[in-house]
Design a binder for this molecule. Structure first.
Ligand code: ZN
Ligand code: ZN
Ligand code: ZN
Ligand code: ZN
Length: 353
């Protein structure tokens, strides 16, 4: 019975995938929006189908409290995206490309903005988002779910892949007509990935027109530096730029090859060392348990009501669930006793020997 339910989970996502691909460039705005919604749903279900392959309880927010009855009744309080990615890594041994890990949440972000805020996304941008999502879905299905794909599902994936290549042609035409002549006018460092269409065509700072908002050559998206910085940093927060002082400094990581931190107001860029040297550090730097680099610093944040401290890494920008271990003094994930796992293991070994 559970076996059957597992397969159903994977079956419906292939139908979402087919529908998403059919309407990605439809004439009606609602058609394209529906296609984006279906793309998001199909990725969500494909990732969960992969988790369910490990164990069906993994698609529940709390696997320990999941019962076969809950699953049969569709009473699924489903695991969120961040936890899905973490479980894929920790439980199922599936690691996503860092670019995908950063980019897939943008599909959710735009879906929510369309669905709940009534905002629309320009046609070239929504097609770019859908094509990226479908590409990811097809590759993920082929690499991670081939064992549960029967002939019918294989055929859907085949059809979708063929449609994607047609959409790539449409996007390439737009690139040729809109971007090609303009891209050489801008220095490489001034360009970042656009959060709307995902092309590396967002002009961050224009020396000719320093007060202009960042704008995308490909999809014409434009917004204030603060809005764009928050959007790109999401679900993290931008930091204050040491040069211009505005809260518009964003970790770009793997998104750009040349820089690690980029300010969307003044165009200044920093590597972790430059950033460390230009800020006042309260504690640190310590070795970051996430990336291993010695760029973990304690910062104090304040709003009108209260202030709080947060350890955040200047090299990978991850805010881990770590604190200083009472015993060894390292920054680690610590238990309720205030000491880290390796210190607890060492003391257990000490007790038994
Ligand atoms: Zn764009
Ligand atoms: Zn700045
Ligand atoms: Zn780090
Ligand atoms: Zn320790």
């Amino acid at each position: 019975m559970i076996e059957g339910l597992k397969i159903n989970l994977a079956e419906s996502d292939f139908e979402y995938l087919r529908q998403a691909a059919l309407h990605a460039n439809g004439d009606g705005e609602w058609e394209r929006e529906l296609s984006l919604f279906n793309t998001v749903s199909s990725i969500d279900l494909l990732l969960k189908a992969r988790l369910a392959k490990k164990h069906w309880s993994q698609v529940f927010a709390d696997p320990n409290r999941a019962t076969p009855e809950h699953l049969k009744q569709g009473d699924v309080l489903s695991v969120d995206f961040a936890s899905t990615i973490k479980r894929l890594k920790d439980e199922a041994g599936v690691t996503l490309d860092p670019y995908d890990e950063r980019t897939i949440p943008l599909l959710w972000y735009h879906r929510n903005r369309i669905q709940y805020c009534g905002l629309n996304v320009q046609r070239p941008a929504i097609l770019s988002l859908i094509v990226y999502g479908l590409d990811f879905a097809v590759n993920f299905a082929r690499s991670e779910l081939s064992d549960i794909m029967d002939d019918r599902r294989q055929a859907v994936v085949q059809d979708v892949a063929a449609q994607i290549s047609g959409y790539h042609d449409i996007l390439a035409d737009r690139w040729d007509s809109v971007v090609r002549d303009m891209e050489f006018a801008f220095r490489r460092d001034d360009v970042a990935d656009c959060p709307c269409c995902l092309h590396e065509t967002l002009i961050v700072y224009d020396e000719e027109d320093p007060d202009a908002n960042p704008r995308c050559l490909f999809c014409e998206f434009s917004d204030s530096p603060c809005e764009i910085a928050s959007e790109i940093a999401w679900p993290r927060r931008p930091r204050d730029c040491p040069y211009c002082g505005r809260p518009t400094l964003v970790y770009m990581g793997e998104a750009t090859k040349a820089l690690e931190w980029l300010c969307f107001a003044c165009g200044q860029s920093y590597d972790p060392n430059e950033l460390l040297n230009s800020m006042t550090v309260v504690y640190g730097p310590e070795e970051c348990p996430e990336c291993g680099e010695r760029y973990l610093v304690l910062e104090f944040m304040a709003n009108d009501d209260w202030a709080w401290g947060e350890w955040r890494c200047l090299s990978c920008d991850r805010i881990g669930e770590h604190q200083r271990c009472d015993r060894c003094g390292h920054m680690r994930a610590i238990g309720p006793d205030g000491i880290c796992l390796s210190c607890s293991d060492a003391s257990v070994e000490g007790d038994t020997s």
